[in-house]
Design a binder for this molecule. Structure first.
Ligand SMILES: *[C@@H]1O[C@H](CO)[C@@H](O)[C@H](O)[C@H]1NC(C)=O
Ligand SMILES: *[C@@H]1O[C@H](CO)[C@@H](O)[C@H](O)[C@H]1NC(C)=O
Ligand SMILES: *[C@@H]1O[C@H](CO)[C@@H](O)[C@H](O)[C@H]1NC(C)=O
Ligand SMILES: *[C@@H]1O[C@H](CO)[C@@H](O)[C@H](O)[C@H]1NC(C)=O
Length: 589
């Protein structure tokens, strides 16, 4: 059975390739796994005493508990290499490290290191964090908030609420105020509130996962996202008129995460056109121990699922019913051809907004105003945005760990001067007022901004498109800096060790990257992924993807499916005006 389905998948790839010859869609099907590293590594609390370790640009951290196994497998113990401007400023760092620091500097470093370790301990809560804090001689109340970390539990709660109907309501709770602010006792009457709500609903609502105005996103993004959610969440899944398309994620090893998502976007389009609820089933990349319980092997390990639990249950029940197949209430991937999935019609309920979208992409020094297949570009952007609309607690934890590894040391140095001079002996009282809880809780975590996302893909991609050298990426970054001279920070995602090594020679940029064991020489991506193990080879690229999507500026190779999806996140994430510089001269996108 398994073998057979693999066989089918491979046939799909092959026929997909054939299909692409001469078409303008040369990359997507054979896009292999994309992998970037992330951070996480062994934590040396000893950094406390050996102050030097902290000041170096190399920081070692521990596998922060969130689902990252603390095992002894080589794929899990990864050293982070994160450079920050203070640490790696070419004019300062070595001098700082090698020369004997003054007593005061020494003390500051120890305190920054302690703060960093305290945050690391808090990341491990509730399991063993408090014990670790105790070992550091601290208590929770003495640790100032970490600007770069999110309260994942609270966020998961808010997300879950936003992703379901309130009892007896026919519209999700997206109206009114953001996040927890809704809970604040209103000064207006229920009737006023109800009027306001009705008005918001009739005007086309604001799906809470979309930021930026309509002008800062692809055309109709808000409307489309809202409609997608409503479509995927019928109020009564048992209604016999509700039909389903149940699909596993592609699982042939040749399919990278990006290709899997692109294929699912195709299925979402089919589901919409056939007025079916899309239910995604087996997700091979979540088939690991980090994804627990019902989240195992499911997209819902990483993001809130595409449909409600009721609809999923109903669909899975229908799979077993001969009548349901006969009557066509349910279909599966096998009912559709590769061509339909990869090149099907884009749903046209919203007209053809792609005809007037602005790509804001520069290719070969030219701002592109039109290109081929803008419909697919628009649709995949909507699809990936919808699928990734709400992160789970698990993903939030991975992001926290990644930000802590990459930016934590820098955050500690920024926070330190504001602490009482005698900290930690003396700690400022942390206020806990309504404004903290209801208003400021919605704040996005800190990262050094402006941040440029640079996605460098080489390796076995060479077979698919002309691979561009790292120098070209740097050239584009330098060019960007002519306009934005305050730009220094780069989130570098790449699976090639060679690229990381090269980045070190560009001292005028602060590269942040994660240090998963990288690809060497010409091993194929599939081989490389297999060598990392399932969990690592999924979590690291996903974290990198989300980090890249959250950047302020973008450079990449739009010929790669993964960059294409990051670009989709940009254009549905309020960043149309950030633009995108692509290194592929020979590609429209
Ligand atoms: C960790 O791995 C190394 C090398 O594979 C092995 O020698 C060592 O015994 C392992 N340690 C544990 C605790 O499993
Ligand atoms: C949902 O639909 C089914 C079948 O039509 C019906 O039996 C059930 O009462 C409905 N549930 C609700 C809450 O309306
Ligand atoms: C879908 O495929 C199944 C067999 O795989 C078939 O029985 C069913 O009729 C098909 N449904 C439609 C709507 O084509
Ligand atoms: C890498 O490529 C070279 C030449 O193209 C080849 O000789 C070598 O065997 C390849 N190595 C691997 C691991 O595939």
């Amino acid at each position: 059975m398994e073998a057979q389905s693999n066989q089918t998948a491979i046939e799909r790839v092959v026929s997909g390739r054939a299909l692409q010859m001469g078409s303008s869609f040369p990359c997507q099907v054979r896009v292999v796994g994309f992998l970037w590293g992330v951070c996480f590594a062994t934590l040396f609390l000893s950094a406390l005493t050996s102050f030097g370790a902290f000041g170096f640009s190399r920081v070692s951290l521990s596998p922060i508990s969130m689902g990252i196994p603390q095992g002894n497998s080589s794929s899990n113990i990864i050293n982070i290499f994160a450079r920050s401007d203070r640490d790696s400023d070419p004019k300062r760092p070595l001098g700082n490290v090698d020369s004997v620091p003054s007593g005061e500097q020494h003390q500051d470093r120890e305190r920054a290191s302690l703060l960093y370790s305290a945050w690391s301990a808090l990341l491990k809560e509730p399991t063993d964090g408090s014990e670790e804090l105790r070992k550091l001689g601290l208590s929770r109340s003495m640790v100032p908030s970490a600007p770069h970390l999110e309260d994942c539990k609270s966020h998961a709660g808010v997300n879950k609420r936003l992703d379901s109907y309130v009892k007896n309501e026919i519209f999700p709770p997206w109206t009114g105020w953001k996040g927890l602010l809704k809970m604040h006792s209103a000064s207006i009457t229920d009737e006023q509130l109800e009027n306001l709500r009705r008005q918001e609903i009739s005007e086309g609502s604001s799906p809470p996962w979309i930021t930026g105005s309509d002008q800062e996103n692809y055309p109709l993004t808000r409307k489309v996202q809202s409609d997608l959610w409503i479509h995927q969440h019928p109020s009564n899944c048992s209604d016999p008129r509700v039909r389903f398309l149940v699909a596993d994620w592609e699982r042939s090893p040749g399919f990278g995460i990006g290709a899997q998502i692109a294929a699912m976007c195709g299925l979402l389009a089919i589901a919409l056109r056939e007025k079916r609820v899309l239910v995604t089933n087996y997700y091979n990349r979540a088939d690991h121990d980090g994804c627990k319980g019902s989240a195992r092997s499911s997209w819902s390990c990483y993001f809130l699922p595409e449909t409600s639990q009721e609809c999923r249950d109903r669909a899975l029940e229908l799979i077993g019913s001969h009548d349901a197949w006969e009557s066509g209430i349910i279909t599966a991937k096998q009912n559709y051809s590769t061509k339909q999935i990869w090149h099907g019609k884009i749903p046209n309920f919203w007209g053809d907004p792609w005809t007037y979208l602005k790509p804001t992409t520069e290719i070969n020094g030219r701002l592109i105003s039109r290109h081929r297949e803008m419909d697919i570009r628009w649709w995949r952007a909507q699809g990936v945005r919808y699928l990734m609309r709400f992160q789970t607690k698990y993903t939030c934890g991975l992001m926290n760990a990644a930000r802590h590894a990459a930016f934590g040391a820098e955050a500690a140095k920024i926070v330190l001067p504001g602490l009482p001079e005698k900290w930690p002996q003396e700690a400022a009282e942390k206020p806990a007022s309504d404004i903290e809880r209801l208003v400021w809780s919605d704040r996005k975590p800190w990262v050094p901004r402006p941040l440029l996302s640079m996605r460098v893909r080489m390796g076995d991609k060479a077979g698919e498109m002309k691979v561009v050298g790292f120098e070209e990426y740097i050239r584009l970054a330098d060019r960007m800096r002519m306009r934005f001279p305050h730009l220094h920070s780069v989130w570098l995602s790449t699976e090639m060790q060679e690229v990381v090594d090269k980045s070190r020679s560009y001292a005028s940029w602060n590269f942040y990257n994660t240090d998963v064991r990288r690809q060497m020489g010409n091993a194929s991506m599939a081989e490389y992924e297999a060598s990392l193990g399932r969990e690592t080879s999924t979590n690291y690229p996903l974290v990198n993807f989300l980090m890249a999507s959250d950047a302020d500026f973008f450079i990449g190779a739009l010929g790669s499916n993964w960059c294409f999806l990051i670009d989709g996140m940009r254009n549905t994430g309020g960043k149309v005006m950030a633009g995108y510089l692509s290194v592929n001269k020979d590609r429209f996108w």
